[in-house]
Design a protein around this ligand. Structure first.
Ligand SMILES: Nc1nc2c(ncn2[C@@H]2O[C@H](COP(=O)(O)OP(=O)(O)O)[C@@H](O)[C@H]2O)c(=O)[nH]1
Ligand SMILES: Nc1ncnc2c1ncn2[C@@H]1O[C@H](COP(=O)(O)OP(=O)(O)O)[C@@H](O)[C@H]1O
Length: 214
């Protein structure tokens, strides 16, 4: 439930391509429809079935650079030869409404969001595949990318994985149901921590007022 007295959390999911972050993000949003997905802008071509404004805002390089120059991006980075970035406005609006936002960004985006003015409300989660063989078979099984694209993503997988220790939580996406359950647990616990802080702030303000009245 949106609540203007509390801040929204920024929940960052990163992983090597194919480890399952989009799948897990979709499941989390089915579980909790109040979660908002941060739709990134990208210069990558749409895959079959992808819709502009749903999975991504598909942009030309010039349009993307204009957004960057206009200061509209919370973060942006080049990944696999394409530009990706997070539009800032919708994130700030969600934060102000106390709505939690999910981000599917690479390690560079994770670092930039953590170091931004919104960094104190970030919860970051790194998702590992159970094995490199399974990672490749998921990329192939998704049947969305050419052999060359899959090869490029596999080549970059270890450098993405090398950033795991920068994240608050790391989980292995072996069994999908179990991985989703772990994500739900993380989110529930972090929300409780956030809400406790809001509640305690109010409570201590009350103690102060009581003290002044005496
Ligand atoms: N820094 C950054 N990375 C992004 C953003 N959106 C997506 N990515 C990352 O770009 C990479 C490629 O994403 P995509 O083309 O959808 O391929 P997929 O991860 O294989 O489904 C993934 O690591 C995403 O997490 C963004 O807004 N900023
Ligand atoms: N735990 C899992 N077990 C088996 N297949 C999975 C699992 N998680 C995701 N997948 C499948 O692996 C492929 C890649 O998942 P996806 O969510 O697109 O990865 P990412 O967003 O990290 O690139 C998809 O076809 C998805 O259905």
């Amino acid at each position: 439930m949106p609540d203007s007295t509390r801040r929204g959390l920024l929940i960052i999911l990163s992983s090597p391509s194919g480890a399952g972050k989009s799948t897990l993000a979709r499941r989390l949003m089915d579980w909790d429809p109040t979660l908002r997905f941060s739709v990134s802008a990208t210069t990558r071509a749409p895959r079959p079935g992808e819709t502009d404004g749903v999975e991504y805002f598909f942009k030309s390089r010039a349009e993307f650079q204009d957004m960057v120059m206009a200061g509209e991006m919370l973060e942006h980075a080049e990944v696999f030869g394409n530009l990706y970035g997070t539009p800032k406005g919708p994130v700030e609006a969600a934060m102000a409404q106390g709505r939690d936002t999910l981000f599917d960004v690479d390690w560079q985006g994770g670092q930039q969001i953590r170091n931004s003015a919104l960094g104190k409300d970030v919860i970051s989660i790194f998702i590992l595949p159970p094995s490199i063989t399974e990672l490749e078979s998921r990329l192939r099984g998704r049947a969305q990318d050419s052999d060359e694209v899959i090869r490029g993503r596999m080549e970059k997988s270890l450098s993405e994985i090398s950033h795991w220790s920068e994240y608050d939580y790391v989980l292995v996406n072996d069994d999908l149901d179990r991985a989703e359950e772990k994500l739900r647990t993380i989110l529930s616990a972090e929300r409780q921590r956030r809400d406790r802080q809001v509640w305690l702030n109010d409570f201590v303000r009350g103690l102060n007022r009581e003290f002044e009245r005496r």
